[in-house]
Design a protein around this ligand. Structure first.
Ligand code: IPE
Ligand code: IPE
Ligand code: MG
Length: 266
């Protein structure tokens, strides 16, 4: 135990403990998959008498910051809810701006993401996404496909009900075409039909801006995820807030319907 502590603790020349909060968080159980509902951009802008899109632009910088920290902490997957299947209901200009953001984000930050060994992925329905956006995303996905660091998974035009319905339709089709036998349908097989196939379920879900709801996000995958809600608006969300959320996660006792291991042996 002592040996372990020494390994991640840092001391200055006088032997004073200079371990940072980040190092402490990293030494404890790090959530492998963190999913974030990045909410509150509009309110952030409104508070500053700015147009809503200014909040989205600022939120993009938070994406970069949090990605870098997640990578440093050794988180394996960071899933970010960027645009829901319901967000098309917003004013045309706002939707257009939101659809340009991935391109802007990637044209600014793709070189850095590549240098940091980040692997970009996307989940959501591509069909309705403008071609220029699709191209930028596909380029980022292919140029980072060989990276094996943090998986940065954007949920874009994503809706969990849409995802589940598509899975069900594809399963029905595969059964009909004899590709799958209906007796083979298990939870694991079902997962292979979801947009998160190949990814583990999130350990931690964070939603910013004080809303306490899922807004159609990862309904299947969040079955046993730990939730942390914060009032902080997404553009204001920083390293301290992120570390706080992980510290909160590290205090939780995950039982998955069973008992804690020490209770198990009683
Ligand atoms: C989150 O911020 C970004 C998207 C949903 C695309 P909002 O735009 O929802 O900001 P609020 O909730 O109106 O403040
Ligand atoms: C959820 O936020 C979607 C994203 C963050 C992309 P919304 O702002 O769209 O959710 P509601 O409408 O408040 O539930
Ligand atoms: Mg919102």
């Amino acid at each position: 135990m002592h040996m372990n502590l020494k390994r991640w603790k840092s001391f200055d020349k006088e032997g004073r403990d200079t371990t940072t909060r980040g190092e402490k968080v990293k030494a404890a159980a790090i959530p492998e998959h963190v999913a974030i509902i990045m909410d509150g951009n509009g309110r952030w802008a409104k508070k500053r008498h700015l147009p809503r899109v200014a909040g989205h632009h600022e939120g993009m910088k938070t994406v970069r910051k949090i990605t870098r920290i997640a990578n440093r902490l050794g988180i394996k997957v960071l899933t970010l809810y960027a645009f829901s299947t319901e967000n098309w209901k917003r004013p045309k200009l706002e939707v257009e701006y939101l659809m340009k953001l991935p391109e802007e984000f990637l044209s600014t930050y793709l070189p850095e993401l590549k240098a940091e060994n980040v692997k970009v992925q996307m989940m959501g329905c591509k069909e309705k996404i403008p071609l220029h956006t699709q191209r930028a995303i596909n380029k980022a996905i292919s140029e980072t496909a060989q990276n094996d660091g943090l998986i940065l998974n954007f949920a874009l035009n994503y809706g969990s009900r849409d995802e589940i319905m598509r899975a069900v339709r594809n399963i029905l089709m595969d059964v009909k075409n004899g590709i799958m036998n209906e007796n083979e349908l298990t939870e694991e097989v079902f997962h292979q039909y979801l947009m998160t196939h190949g990814l583990q379920d999130p350990d931690l879900l964070i939603r910013t801006s004080g809303e306490i709801r899922l807004s159609n996000f990862m309904l299947w995958q969040l079955a046993y995820t730990e939730f942390v809600f914060t009032d902080v608006l997404w553009p204001d969300f920083n390293e301290e807030h992120f570390l706080s959320a992980i510290e909160e996660y590290q205090k939780r006792s995950r039982r998955y319907g069973g008992l804690k291991s020490e209770e198990q042996s009683e």
